[in-house]
Design a protein around this ligand. Structure first.
Ligand code: TMP
Length: 212
């Protein structure tokens, strides 16, 4: 099973993903951007305010292709539960936002289309829901993707993705304390993994609020 964690910068996603390590010691934990040289290239581009948004998209997508073939597909083939801190939806939400003023028409559909030919979509996704103002303040607004107006655009793309596939996403209120968010994510992850392995009743009512 492939379970992903998504959310704005500063949503507490990585803290929750780290906490899941103790609760799920047998799972394969991974993340995007990765720790490979592809990931290094992505991070270098993140630090460049003038990087071309299409070039950014293809760097992130190259990192994803490598992640998929080197880590995700082999772990899934071994029957592992794979838990990834960011995955395809980060590209759909963030790169579609950075391409919003470009020559690309319907950027979210464009970015999805590029992935459609080769990716493996997640079985379930936990979305840590926090408003863009809180997200930017928590993240420290240190790079080009951590500004409020940009994060508002990213959030609206995540909302569109959730509306299109409410059965895949579980929304967790990430405005609460880190401890409360971690407890909720652990609980939701347990239910999703149980549901995937055959107990469909476990997922009913797993999320906070609307959407999923
Ligand atoms: P992180 O803070 O979760 O490590 O992610 C680093 C930044 O990269 C964050 O601002 C989100 C952004 N990002 C994208 O824009 N597209 C992607 O595909 C991924 C994985 C991350």
């Amino acid at each position: 099973m492939l379970l992903t964690l998504e959310g704005l910068d500063g949503s507490g996603k990585t803290t929750a993903w780290e906490a899941l390590h103790d609760a799920r010691p047998d799972a394969t934990f991974t993340h995007e951007p990765t720790d490979t040289w592809y990931g290094d290239a992505v991070r270098r581009s993140l630090g460049d305010d003038d990087a071309d948004p299409l070039a950014d998209l293809f760097l992130f997508t190259a990192d994803h292709a490598d992640h998929l073939s080197r880590v995700v597909r082999p772990a899934l083939a071994d029957g592992d539960v794979v838990i990834s801190d960011r995955y395809t939806d980060s590209r759909y939400a963030y790169q579609a936002a950075s391409l919003a003023d470009s020559e690309i028409r319907r950027p979210l559909e464009y970015v999805r289309g590029i992935h459609g030919a080769f990716t493996r979509e997640p079985d379930a996704t936990i979305y840590l829901d926090v408003d863009p103002e809180t997200a930017a303040a928590r993240a420290g607004a240190t790079d080009k993707f951590e500004r409020v107006s940009f994060l508002a655009e990213v959030q609206s793309n995540y909302d569109r993705l959730i509306d299109a596939e409410p059965e895949r996403f579980v929304r967790v209120d990430a405005s609460r304390s880190p401890e409360a968010v971690i407890d909720r994510v652990e609980d939701v992850a347990d239910r999703l993994i149980e549901a995937f392995h055959g107990d469909d009743a476990a997922v009913a009512g797993a999320g906070d609020g609307d959407g999923a």
